[in-house]
Design a protein around this ligand. Structure first.
Ligand code: AMP
Ligand code: GLY
Length: 422
């Protein structure tokens, strides 16, 4: 297969690393990629939203499979853009069309969908500037914390959880007044769910699907889950509390009704689906859907996958996804993210990294990195995900931390408590 993978984070390096191990991988291109993806494939200087440029590249290089890492091109309709052309009718696209991507691209869309198909999720209402006063009155009926969500994509910053109703009302007004641009023209206010979060992933091709293992990520910048939200500071898979009984509930009450609901609504879904879940008592509920893999969850889920990922993608063409026997390494995988000082607020790029060539059993997945001559420089907030296997969480995390201490760049920061609550 000739593959083009879109994206430039740790998720993409992990997917590229995995695909490059397949004997079926002929040519692997990553656009725009990072210093890590360039070691397992060929980086291409193309922006993930440059649909015209991507189409040209697919034609020039006779790409047969396009794997879309991040959500933005999906929500912006890259699938529809390419499939509108006769020449791409046989192109396999791992990533859903614009309509299906609304599961992530519009919180209101996903809430309506879940309500329609009785998928457990927090009770909610949606508001626009036209009914701000009604929204503020609704806040008065709720017991804090109050959860406000911008409807559209807001780079992971669109969810606010506030203890003070007065502050929540002021925030609602600001959001509807363009705080997150058009993403917050509509705001979902939902009940606060108190529980422990985890994520489940599946490859979906219409009614045909295969479930991948679960993971738990650590979103806050500070130890003990404190401080600002980030894209994710580390992850663990498997998640000990996600036992057979819980997974059966997830399957029967969330995964199955989601797949069937999409079918009933005539929405064709192809690609990864990410179920962001929370266990409240013994009830799993949906916090959010994403139309892509998680980052850094990919860095622990994909290394555990024993199947050839390209075989799984080929099963999209044959309609045999559900027949695939998905096999996983039973050990625990952990990933610890090295980030730039200051992240998730302002940080500096261009710091020289050292220690990347040390011998290790861990796998180093590049996120915000860039090659310059013989050097690797930091090029983002999240810089490097260090993935390790262990017989249990502490063995895996300790090994990742050992490498986290040995790799250096000015301002390096990481959390040393990944998995602390499990
Ligand atoms: P989302 O972008 O919807 O995943 O929300 C970001 C984070 O906010 C989630 O990972 C949760 O930690 C938190 N969150 C979102 N919705 C709720 C809710 N209804 N109750 C409690 N926490 C929530
Ligand atoms: N780690 C959370 C996400 O990818 O959305």
């Amino acid at each position: 297969m000739n593959i083009l993978l879109l994206g430039s984070g740790g998720r993409e390096h992990t997917l590229a690393w995995k695909m490059s191990q397949s004997p079926k991988c002929a040519h692997l291109y990553i656009a725009p990629g990072n210093a890590g993806t360039d070691q397992v494939g060929i980086n291409v200087d193309l922006n993930v939203l440059d649909f015209e440029g991507i189409a040209q590249f697919i034609s020039d290089k006779q790409i047969d499979t396009l794997v879309v890492g991040p959500e933005a091109p999906l929500v912006e309709g890259i699938y529809d853009f390419l499939k509108a052309r006769e020449t791409f009718k046989d192109l396999l696209i791992i990533g859903p069309n614009a309509e299906a991507s609304q599961l992530e691209g519009s919180k209101a869309f996903s809430k309506v969908f879940m309500e329609k198909y009785n998928i457990p999720t927090a009770a909610y209402r949606e508001f626009t500037a036209a009914n701000l006063a009604e929204g503020q009155a609704y806040i008065d009926t709720l017991t804090p914390p109050i959860v406000l969500k911008a409807d559209g994509l807001a780079a992971g910053k669109g969810v606010l959880i506030l203890n003070d109703p007065a502050e929540a009302k002021a925030e609602l007004a600001q959001m509807l007044d363009g705080k997150f641009g058009s993403a917050s023209e509509k705001v979902v206010i939902e009940d606060f769910l108190d529980g422990i979060e985890f994520s489940v992933f599946a490859l979906v091709n219409g009614a045909d699907y295969a479930v991948l293992p679960e993971a738990k990520d650590y979103k806050r910048i500070g130890e003990g889950d404190t401080g600002l939200n980030t894209g994710g500071m580390g992850a663990i898979s498997p998640v000990p509390f996600v036992d057979k009984a819980l997974m059966q509930k997830v399957s029967a009450e969330i995964i199955e009704p989601t797949i069937q609901g999409l079918q009933k609504d005539g929405i064709h879904y192809t690609g990864f689906i990410f179920f962001g879940l929370i266990q409240v008592g013994d009830q799993p509920m949906v916090i959010e859907y994403n139309c892509r893999m998680g980052d850094p969850e990919t860095e622990v889920v994909i290394p555990r996958l024993k199947n050839d990922l390209i075989d799984l993608f080929s099963a999209f063409k044959d309609g045999t996804l559900s027949e695939q026997h998905i096999e996983f390494d039973p050990r625990t995988a952990s990933t610890v993210m090295l980030v730039s000082g200051g992240y998730p607020e302002a940080y500096e790029k261009g710091k020289t990294m050292s220690g990347l060539d040390l011998k290790t059993d861990s796998v180093l997945f590049h996120a915000g990195t860039k090659a310059q001559g013989d050097e690797v420089l930091t090029n983002g907030g999240r810089v490097l995900a260090i993935t390790s296997f262990g017989t249990d969480i502490s063995a895996a995390v300790n090994q990742s931390m050992d490498m986290a201490n040995k790799i250096n760049f000015e301002g390096k920061y990481f959390r040393s408590d990944i998995g602390f609550d499990l």
